[in-house]
Design a protein around this ligand. Structure first.
Ligand code: CA
Length: 230
């Protein structure tokens, strides 16, 4: 059977690393292991990795720093952070510096595989609707996945682009956090609302305070180019 993808598991605890390798291998993935941040960065540089499962708590170079360095080096590899259950601060920090998603320890093999599949599916999906989206000062070119603000390109991550395109697909309509998670991340996550908030904040920052993404208190977000103009 052909491999479903090449996953790098970054985790300093050998027993956990081995257990994850077993789950993933059984599910048809090829697994590489790194026991610390430096080794992980070296492996990423060598290429050929489809997804990184990145523990936050690592000796020396921690998971957040590894994520930051990978994102700074520009190449896009999907990253799922692994955090302690009660470590909300690391989850938010990870998403802010460009992680795609997170799982909290302890996780079930099923939950882990669902997240991995969702992330890999999203990055491999071909763009079917090639039409451009015009949202006032912001234009989304779907075929090239470019985002333009006043005609100048703004670099969005793949996930940020998908989130903005999803909001733009039904402008002036409220999109709930749950719906956005299902549509953009590809799974239902009852505690994942914060994930959406952090990515929206990243997009707003990159779009220089463009006010077109409007928060609807307690519900979610809508795209409203007129609000930006007001
Ligand atoms: Ca660890």
């Amino acid at each position: 059977m052909a491999s479903r993808g090449h996953i790098l598991v970054v985790e300093d605890e050998r027993a956990i690393r081995r257990m994850i390798r077993m789950y993933l291998t059984e599910a048809g993935y090829t697994v590489a292991e790194a026991e610390d941040g430096a080794v992980a960065l070296q492996q990423v540089r060598q290429g050929g990795i489809d997804l990184i499962l990145l523990d936050v708590m690592l000796p020396e170079v921690d998971g957040l720093e590894v994520c930051r360095r990978i994102r700074e080096s520009n190449g896009y590899v999907p990253i799922i952070m692994v955090t302690a259950m009660d470590d909300e601060a690391s989850r938010v920090a990870g998403l802010e510096i460009g992680a795609d998603d997170y799982v909290a320890k302890p996780f079930s093999p099923r939950e882990l595989l669902a997240r991995i599949r969702a992330v890999l599916r999203r990055v491999s999906e071909p763009e079917t609707d090639a039409e451009n989206v015009d949202a006032g000062r912001v234009t989304l070119e779907r075929s090239s996945r470019r985002c333009l603000l006043d005609g100048s390109e703004v670099e969005l991550t793949r996930l940020e682009f998908d989130l903005l395109a999803e909001l733009a697909s039904n402008p002036k309509t409220v999109h709930t956090r749950e719906r956005l998670l299902e549509r953009v991340w590809g799974y239902h996550n009852p505690i994942g609302g914060k994930t959406v908030d952090v990515h929206v904040a990243n997009i707003r920052k990159k779009l220089g305070g463009w006010g077109g993404i409007v928060a609807v208190r307690g519900v979610g977000y809508k795209l409203d180019p007129d609000a930006a103009a007001a």
